[in-house]
Design a protein around this ligand. Structure first.
Ligand code: SF4
Length: 60
């Protein structure tokens, strides 16, 4: 089963960042609507199951 860490939207939090935690990252996705493109960001854990996420896309 895939985990967030394998997703191209997953960016690990650097060790020197205030909100660093082992395995933690940001899920950053580009979204488009009628006004244009923007980015959505939310904290996620790298080992989170992706089976319920419709946005999972494997890193290449
Ligand atoms: S929440 Fe979804 S889009 Fe975000 S990193 Fe995990 S699988 Fe990817």
């Amino acid at each position: 089963m895939a985990a967030c860490v394998q997703c191209k939207s997953f960016f690990p939090i650097p060790e020197n960042a205030d909100d660093f935690a082992e395995g933690k990252g940001d899920c950053v996705r580009e979204v488009k609507d009628e006004k244009g493109k923007y980015w959505l960001s939310k904290p996620v854990m790298g080992d989170m199951e992706t089976s319920k996420c419709p946005f999972f896309a494997e890193k290449v």
